[in-house]
Design a binder for this molecule. Structure first.
Ligand code: SF4
Length: 166
């Protein structure tokens, strides 16, 4: 390998490393999701369960799998279900453990829509994001919200330290 070639290689490797570092810094983990990032379908299922509404099987499995993906513990996921009209601690625990152990992926929008789990399709909730042509999965919603939040955090000026009165 001559020196000129080695130099070009080093330059190219440096460029790729820079790109990867940039990508890593802009990549946001689902596990940093807070409630404000949740898609309307997830917010609706949790709200309805808290109000003792009997959520169908698709909605329950969806909530369990979303809880897993966003990094909630089984205990935290179980807390969503305690007001369900047919709540059984043991059965809920068993079903949640199954979803977590088998790493269920949350259902996409079409499945949620045909099972009455999408408040936007029903016209109960408005969401610009959910109305986009490409929106076909709640995890896309979560990802877009998190990226937007991450960009805002990156572009906002650092907070000034509070001054102690003299
Ligand atoms: S469009 Fe998809 S992400 Fe939005 S509320 Fe409906 S199912 Fe959830």
């Amino acid at each position: 390998m001559d020196e000129a070639f080695a130099g070009r290689m080093a330059e190219e490797v440096g460029r790729i490393v820079g790109l990867l570092q940039h990508q890593a810094s802009t990549e946001v983990s689902f596990t940093s999701a807070d409630e404000g990032d949740w898609p309307p379908c997830m917010r609706e299922v949790t709200t309805q369960l808290a109000q003792s509404v009997n959520i169908n099987h698709v909605g329950r499995v969806f909530l369990a799998s979303m809880s897993r993906v966003i990094g909630l513990s089984v205990d935290e996921a179980q807390a969503f279900f305690v007001n369900a009209p047919d709540y059984s601690a043991d059965m809920t625990r068993y079903q949640l453990s199954h979803v977590y152990e088998h790493e269920y992926t949350p259902a996409g929008c079409p499945k949620l829509q045909i099972n009455a789990c999408c408040p936007v399709t029903r016209g109960d909730v408005k969401s610009d994001l959910c109305s986009r042509e490409w929106m076909d999965h709640p995890l896309k919603y979560l990802r877009v919200r998190q990226r937007a939040k991450h960009r805002e955090e990156q572009s906002s000026p650092p907070k000034e330290e509070s001054q102690t009165p003299q």
